[in-house]
Design a protein around this ligand. Structure first.
Ligand SMILES: [Zn+2]
Length: 129
């Protein structure tokens, strides 16, 4: 593979502001309906969280994120996701879809006690907006 092709792979520009989504760590998938509402085509490029939210006129919520391996990776390895992305995925407090899924996954993996699991969750992610 040539160097130019490698460079292409390492850069994913936001369609609206041009920021490198890979570097920003805002590589995610939202529901088809949400993407369509933003005016984006399925293969029409990618948007950072800020640009998608300004197109939608509102902040993203947990329910907007697809249940897919990429989004699971963002929660399982939060070092690979921006605080802004993680905060949107975990929005909604205790009722958050992703928070409940994460708790269940921890519980299954560790057979742990519920009180400990509560402490381990990512509820302390603040919303950096
Ligand atoms: Zn952008």
């Amino acid at each position: 593979m040539k160097t130019a092709e490698l460079d292409d792979l390492e850069t994913i520009p936001c369609k609206d502001c041009g920021v490198d989504i890979w570097k920003l760590q805002e590589y995610y998938m939202v529901s088809d309906a949400c993407w369509k509402r933003s005016g984006m085509k399925p293969t029409g490029g990618m948007l950072c969280i800020g640009c998608l939210e300004s197109r939608l006129g509102q902040k993203l919520k947990a329910i907007n994120f697809k249940d897919c391996p990429l989004n699971w990776r963002n929660l399982a390895l939060p070092d690979m996701a921006s605080p802004r992305l993680v905060s949107r995925m975990l929005s909604g407090g205790k009722r958050s879809k992703w928070r409940r899924l994460l708790l269940r996954a921890y519980d299954e993996a560790m057979g742990g006690n519920p009180a400990m699991l509560e402490k381990l969750t990512l509820v302390n992610f603040s919303d950096p907006s």
